[in-house]
Design a protein around this ligand. Structure first.
Ligand code: FES
Length: 102
C-alpha cells in the first residue's frame, strides 16, 4: 500500500473534485459539503463515464452520462441500477493536506 499526497483541501471546491492518474487507473477525489474527502475510481460502472464530471449530492455523485448515482463511501450504485466502483481510503492532516491510500 502507498499513501499519496493529492493536494490541499483548499485546492478543491466544495462539491468539486480533482483527479489523479496512476499507471493503470484514474482516481476522482471529491470534497463534500461537510469538508470530508472521498476517493473512488473515476470510471462509472455503467459505460465508463467520468464520475469527476458528475454532480455531488450528499455523499453520492451523479454520473454525467446517464445519471446513475454512485455512493462515494461504499462505491455502490444506488438502486434500481447495479454496480460498484473501487473506493480508496482518504485522510486530511492538520495542515489540510489530503492523502489517499492506494
Ligand atoms: S456511464 Fe455512468 S450512468 Fe451511464
Amino acid at each position: 500500500m502507498a499513501k499519496l499526497l493529492v493536494g490541499q483541501l483548499s485546492d478543491i471546491d466544495i462539491k468539486g473534485s480533482r483527479t489523479i492518474r496512476l499507471d493503470h487507473i484514474e482516481i476522482a477525489v471529491f470534497r463534500l459539503s461537510d469538508d470530508s474527502v472521498l476517493a473512488v475510481e473515476n470510471r462509472c460502472p455503467h459505460k465508463g463515464g467520468q464520475l469527476s464530471e458528475g454532480m455531488v449530492c450528499g455523499s453520492a455523485v451523479h454520473c454525467p452520462l446517464h445519471d446513475w448515482k454512485v455512493d462515494l463511501r461504499s462505491g455502490r450504485v444506488h438502486e434500481p441500477d447495479d454496480g460498484c466502483v473501487t473506493t480508496f481510503p482518504t485522510e486530511i492532516d492538520q495542515s489540510g493536506s489530503i492523502y489517499i491510500t492506494i
